[in-house]
Design a protein around this ligand. Structure first.
Ligand SMILES: Cc1cc2nc3c(=O)[nH]c(=O)nc-3n(C[C@H](O)[C@H](O)[C@H](O)COP(=O)(O)OP(=O)(O)OC[C@H]3O[C@@H](n4cnc5c(N)ncnc54)[C@H](O)[C@@H]3O)c2cc1C
Length: 390
């Protein structure tokens, strides 16, 4: 009989892992705390290392329909809009890495992932409160008093993971000192700006501003990051005020203000990460995605890495007997940790590089970007990787 795998958390990481594990013929259940999954209006960038896996799960056409294929990644200067680097995506990247780069609305991505799951796999309205294990199996308990039993338990329950806390104790993530306003500007309201179909990152003192089209080009998604010394509210995502976002970009290029002016609502996020964890697994229980390697979004890789985790996990568990689960999870962790830790570190590094005040360091950064682009040296290592091949 195939192993029964319980996944806690039906976000991008949990649902993608379920698809990878089902494909390897495991018996899988995903338990998601929210009754009906909704996503704040926001987009996500999906690089070839993630789309390659999603295509393998049969989602290529669905992604093509819902995603926008950007032409290039462009870095611009905050004040005058000068282009610091422009690297092709589109056909170039698809030919180089055998899989496309997409911009997609999060709700669309989640819908593509969850609708590919057979009926009954995703159980919503099930909030996990605890997880235990014996030599013979695992057990998750839920807020409604119910429980589920299986052979392996995977915590894909995000940065505030309950499963992580059960395994390794309470430890709060680190507030990065950065906050992000996110929102969607209807394309017709910004048509006069002639915004290119790129992933555009404006860099300036103490902040950066990223935008790209989603939802078949109907909306321009933006992520506006600025520095703030503290975050007091318990909730880590909140409705934000557009005028506050605008204030963070005083003196920046008029295009940024025109985009903010076109938005009806914005959400404000505190950005947290963690230092790499020493361990992800204990016995038959392991973690994936933001539960074990939350990262600042400055490499646009958090979701991609959670998708990779699921592929590697399925490959490590394939063909494993019930008595060999713990070593298989150790192998998964050993494979994934160096890669995710290096991307976590790179994302932290970008929180400084992206936000340099004008001066000699900024000039050196801009010169380096002009010479070699923002991505080229790390592109091959990140985009060319196939997490399912171990
Ligand atoms: C501003 C911003 C921009 C980003 N841009 C990008 C990008 O362009 N590209 C990219 O790859 N990544 C990006 N990321 C990162 C990406 O969003 C995350 O890394 C990714 O969503 C992590 O997925 P996950 O499934 O691990 O966690 P989550 O998305 O947090 O999902 C966890 C799920 O678990 C559920 N859950 C939690 N606790 C329980 C419980 N006790 N019981 C049951 N269910 C539970 C939650 O409801 C949720 O559905 C960005 C992040 C931010 C903040």
């Amino acid at each position: 009989m195939s192993l029964k795998i319980i996944i806690i958390g039906g976000g991008i990481g949990g649902t993608a892992a379920a698809l990878a594990l089902l494909r390897a013929s495991f018996d899988v259940r995903v338990y998601e705390q929210v009754a009906a999954k909704t996503e704040v209006g926001a987009g996500i960038q999906l690089s070839p290392n993630a789309t390659r896996l999603l295509q393998r799960y049969g989602l290529g056409e669905a992604l093509k329909l819902r995603g926008v294929r950007p032409d290039a990644i462009e870095v611009r200067r905050w004040q005058d809009g000068a282009t610091l680097s422009l690297e092709p995506l589109g056909d170039t990247i698809e030919q180089s890495y055998g899989a496309p780069y997409y911009h997609i609305h999060r709700a669309d991505l989640l819908s593509v992932l969850s609708s590919a799951l057979p009926a009954g796999v995703l159980q919503t309205g099930r909030r996990c409160m605890g997880a235990t294990q014996t030599d013979g199996g695992v057990r998750a308990t839920f807020e409604d008093g119910s429980h589920a039993e299986g052979d392996v338990l995977v915590g894909a329950d995000g940065i505030h993971s309950t499963v992580r806390r059960v395994l390794f104790g309470e430890e709060r993530p680190r507030f990065s000192g950065n906050i992000a306003y996110r929102g969607l500007a209807p394309a017709e309201r910004i048509a006069h700006l002639g915004v290119r179909r790129n992933s555009t990152n404006w860099m300036g003192p103490g902040g950066h501003f990223v935008h790209y089209f989603v939802a078949g080009g109907k909306f321009l998604n933006f992520v506006a990051v600025s520095e703030q010394s503290s975050w007091e509210r318990e909730s880590w995502t909140d409705r934000g005020r557009i005028e506050d976002a605008r204030r963070c970009y005083a003196g920046w290029h008029p295009q940024i203000h025109a985009i903010l002016d076109a938005v009806d609502e914005t959400f404000k996020w505190a950005l947290f990460d963690r230092a790499p964890l020493e361990r992800w697994s204990a016995g038959r229980i392991t973690l994936l995605g933001d539960a074990c390697h939350p990262m600042l979004p400055y490499m646009a890789q958090g979701a991609a890495q959670s998708i990779e985790d699921g592929a590697s996990l399925a490959a490590c568990l394939a063909g494993v007997s019930r008595s060999d689960i713990a070593p298989a999870l150790q192998r998964y962790e050993a494979l994934r940790k160096p890669r995710t830790a290096s991307i976590q570190a790179a994302a932290r590094g970008n929180s400084i590089t992206f936000h340099l005040p004008d001066g000699s360091q900024q000039q050196a950064r801009d010169a380096a970007m002009k010479a070699q682009g923002d991505l080229s040296p790390r592109r091959a290592a990140i985009f060319g990787f196939d997490a399912g091949m171990i």
